[in-house]
Write a protein that binds this ligand. Structure first.
Ligand code: ZN
Length: 301
């Protein structure tokens, strides 16, 4: 029985700005490999403007083909009303809604001020609820912004409280810029837990400054049990210079399993996903454990 949930976001956060467009049949295969490795939640894509993010243009179709996959929850990222409409039409039963707590990042990412984006999330939470879709609502840039520097922790807590009141079943703290450190992660998680003692919280960590795993341990020690990760550590962001992907799923599996914390994920099988991404993209990915297992001849591939 898994004690923590790793939500693999390689198909969304990982692939979203890759120039090589991955065909849907390959994405389906990646989904299946993740699922058979034991990944319980997979974010299959984002329902955003395909002209802006062409890699995500097939998210609706992909979602409709994987919904109901046994043992795995398929979820998608929604940032506006049009995206919610598409999520409903695709049959998705779970989505993440998200807004940045930094004005500058929000303007660059969605063309809205932070408050406008947050207000729109409140509205979308209610609409998703009416459509019978479970919502995870998240705040981006919670540990700092490359444009604005320090972000107000009170604003983060207040935003998450309002998202909870609007009906979000889970709240996500996203270190979009990878600026968080373990002390900060614990402090902010405790503040949110104090304000919302019954809330289900999750962490979305980027490894831009090499603190992804340290922040993950800090989050775990503070009581977080759901983490977003990306197979191979695939990812980055054009609005955050030098950004790295999420914590690699395979490294997170190794981290937790080596500490005796069950993830329900088979590391060797997960390596097949990383191999597939490396083959499709024609380069090696930053995650460590795939290489380590191969070197030690433990991987079954
Ligand atoms: Zn991210």
């Amino acid at each position: 029985m898994a004690e923590i949930i790793l939500e693999d976001e390689s198909l969304r956060d990982g692939l979203q700005f890759e120039k090589v467009i991955i065909p849907i049949e390959e994405k389906l295969m990646l989904f299946d490999l993740l699922r058979s490795a034991g990944v319980k939640r997979i974010q299959v894509g984002s329902l955003v403007n395909p002209k802006v993010v062409p890699q995500m243009a097939d998210t609706d179709m992909l979602a409709s083909r994987v919904i109901g996959a046994q043992g795995t929850l398929a979820t998608g990222l929604v940032l506006n009303a049009k995206g919610l409409e598409r999520a409903v039409a695709s049959g998705l039963k779970h989505i993440t809604l998200s807004a940045s707590v930094s004005d500058t990042h929000s303007m660059k990412n969605v063309g809205k001020s932070s408050q406008e984006a947050i207000n729109s999330v409140f509205q979308l939470i209610r609409e998703a609820d009416e459509a019978g879709i479970d919502v995870r609502a998240g705040a981006q840039c919670v540990f700092g912004c490359v444009y604005e520097g320090t972000v107000s922790e009170d604003k983060v807590v207040d935003t998450l409280c309002q998202m909870a009141s609007a009906g979000a079943g889970e709240l996500n703290l996203a270190d979009t810029t990878g600026m968080g450190n373990p002390v900060q992660v614990k402090r902010l998680v405790y503040k949110v837990m104090q304000a919302l003692p019954n809330a289900v919280l999750s962490l979305h960590l980027h490894d831009t400054r090499g603190l992804g795993m340290a922040n993950m341990i800090a989050g775990y020690e503070a009581g977080i049990r759901i983490f977003d990760t990306s197979a191979g550590g695939l990812g980055g962001c054009p609005f955050v210079r030098g950004a790295a992907g999420n914590v690699p799923t395979e490294d997170a599996v190794h981290l937790f399993e080596s500490m005796g914390i069950a993830t329900g994920i088979n590391l060797s099988k997960l390596c097949q996903v990383v191999d597939k991404y490396e083959l499709l993209l024609g380069r090696s990915l930053p995650g460590r454990m795939n290489r380590v297992l191969k070197t030690q001849s433990l991987c079954t591939v």
